[in-house]
Structures are given as structure tokens and as C-alpha cells.
Design a protein around this ligand. Structure first.
Ligand code: NAP
Length: 270
């Protein structure tokens, strides 16, 4: 009957690998997966955040797993997939999210720093997709790549990160095509200004954190505020769900209109 109607994501029991899952956007995706009855696999660098999140979710009755990994290392990526499959025997979705805007610039960077940054920000998106593929095929699963609006607008001072973020968008289309006959869907989300530990650290490294934050939020058309990591997570959950069963190769801007809308008009009372 109508009073039972709800938008069932149908991810109950689905194993979802979330890289960088201990903090920020990844943490929100992990929590969202657990809330919907899925099984989040939290992949992150060593530190207290990952085990604490695993404990918190387990205490609430969720099935989940934390795997410590430095994703720049291919061997760690292999261990991640092997460990998840050993425990659960399946992978339904891969959310490639771990990354950092590390400021390797055209003028002050070097080819070595550029390549190192690609290892931190891009290589594991490819490696994990390749390693997860046999399982994603069995599950007719999906991949979500978390990119950044900087991939299409530029930012200045951060060539390597931008190269990684742009490549993630290109790979989203490339993999959507390559995996079309396997019914594996591949989509990307482009956050712009999202309040996370990464963002907080960045803003606090500036001369006038509060003033700069005010200037930035004033440019965000919808409600003049930061996007929350939960709002990014909601989009990711939808994209990995059965409700997005005919959506593939898409680049979704979850940014309160920041990238596309006319900011000048947004600042005038119409
Ligand atoms: P965050 O708060 O720093 O969280 C990212 C998590 O990923 C951290 O726990 C970090 O661990 C982990 N991580 C990063 N690189 C890793 C690696 N090589 N191996 C293992 N773990 C790694 O960042 P966030 O703001 O949520 O960002 C998540 C994604 O969104 C990134 O791809 C970022 O580029 C993208 N994004 C964010 C924004 C924004 O406004 N926040 C905007 C555009 C795009 P440690 O903390 O220990 O390093």
C-alpha cells in the first residue's frame, strides 16, 4: 500500500569498498552504506580514525571492516581486495575517494613530485578497479569515482592533483564504455567546497581562515554554504544503488550550483 512506499536503495548485504573511508566524505559514505544495510569496507591509512569508525558502526550492529592501507602502494591495494573477498566473498561497489590536494605546482613542483602525487591520487583508482573487476562482474556492480570541480575549472598551483582529478573523469567515461557489456555502471561525483578534515586543514593554513571561508561560501549560489559530506554521500549511495540502474558514464556536480550557475546573479536580490 502507499503508506509503505519508500525509495529502497536495495544495497542490503552489498559489500562496498570505500577508500579514504575513515574521514570526511569517505566516512559519510561509509556511514550511509551501513545505515542502508550494506557492508562498508573502510580503507584508509593507519591512524585512529578507521578503527574508531569500525568500532562505532559495529557497536550499532553494522557489519563492516576496516583495512589499513597506503593506497599509493600496489601491494596494499592487492591486500585490500584479497582481505575483503576473504571475509565476504563478494564486492558489489567500489567508491574511489582517497586523495589530497597536495599543491605540486607548475612553477614549484618537479617531475618526481608530480609522479608521486599521481601515485597518491590516481594510480589506486585504476589498480583497485582492475583488482575488483572479477567480483564487480559477478555482482553487476558499480564504481563511483570521487573527482573534483577543480578538474574542469583549474585552481592554480596544483598541477598534479588536477591531472589526477581530470583523469578520473576521463576514466569514468572510458570504464563505463569498457564495462558496458558487463552491466557495470561507472559514474563520477565532483565536489567543490565540502567541509571535511582536509578542507579544515587547508583553510587553517591560510592567513585569514575565517575571512576566506566567508568569501568562499558567499560565492556558493545555493544557500551560501558549504556542501556537507553527507550530501556527497547521498549522491554516491544513489549512484551505487538499484535506483540508478540506467545511469552510467555521468559526471555529477554536487556543489550547490557553484560550478555552473551565474554567481553574480545569485548575489543580487531578484
Ligand atoms: P579527508 O578529509 O582528508 O579524508 C580523506 C581520507 O583519505 C583521509 O582519512 C586520508 O587519510 C585518506 N587517504 C588519502 N590518501 C590516501 C592514501 N593514499 N591511502 C590511504 N588513505 C588515504 O578528504 P576529503 O575532503 O573527504 O576528500 C575526499 C575526496 O574528495 C578526495 O578525493 C578529494 O580530492 C575530493 N574532494 C574534496 C573536496 C572538499 O571540498 N573537501 C572538494 C573536491 C574534491 P589521512 O588523513 O591519514 O591522510
Amino acid at each position: 500500500s502507499f503508506n509503505k512506499i519508500k525509495m529502497n536503495l536495495e544495497i542490503k548485504g552489498h559489500v562496498v569498498i570505500v577508500t579514504g573511508g575513515a574521514k570526511g566524505i569517505g566516512e559519510s559514505i561509509v556511514k550511509g552504506v551501513a545505515e542502508e544495510g550494506g557492508i562498508p569496507v573502510i580503507v584508509n591509512r593507519p591512524g585512529p580514525a578507521g578503527p574508531a569508525l569500525e568500532k562505532e558502526l559495529s557497536a550499532q550492529g553494522a557489519d563492516c571492516l576496516f583495512i589499513e592501507a597506503e593506497l599509493a602502494k600496489v601491494a596494499d591495494c592487492e591486500r585490500v581486495i584479497n582481505t575483503a573477498v576473504e571475509k565476504y566473498g563478494r564486492i558489489d561497489a567500489l567508491v574511489n575517494n582517497a586523495g589530497k590536494n597536495d599543491g605540486v605546482s607548475l612553477t614549484k613542483g618537479s617531475p618526481e613530485k608530480f609522479m608521486k602525487s599521481l601515485e597518491n591520487n590516481l594510480l589506486h583508482y585504476y589498480t583497485l578497479a582492475q583488482l575488483a573487476l572479477p567480483y564487480l562482474k559477478k555482482a553487476k556492480g558499480s564504481i563511483v569515482n570521487i573527482s573534483s570541480k577543480t578538474a574542469v575549472t583549474g585552481q592554480g598551483g596544483t598541477s598534479a592533483y588536477i591531472a589526477a582529478k581530470g583523469a578520473q573523469l576521463a576514466l569514468t567515461r572510458e570504464w563505463a564504455v569498457e564495462l558496458i557489456n558487463d552491466s557495470i555502471r561507472v559514474n563520477a561525483i565532483l565536489p567543490a567546497e565540502v567541509w571535511t578534515p582536509l578542507y579544515e586543514n587547508w583553510i587553517n593554513s591560510l592567513e585569514d581562515p575565517e575571512g576566506t571561508l566567508k568569501k568562499i561560501t558567499n560565492q556558493i549560489p545555493l544557500e551560501k554554504r558549504m556542501t556537507t559530506s553527507k550530501e556527497i554521500a547521498d549522491a554516491a549511495l544513489f549512484l551505487i544503488s538499484a535506483r540508478a540502474s540506467h545511469i552510467t558514464g555521468q559526471h555529477w556536480y554536487v556543489d550547490g550550483g557553484y560550478t555552473h550557475l551565474d554567481r553574480a546573479l545569485g548575489n543580487i536580490n531578484l
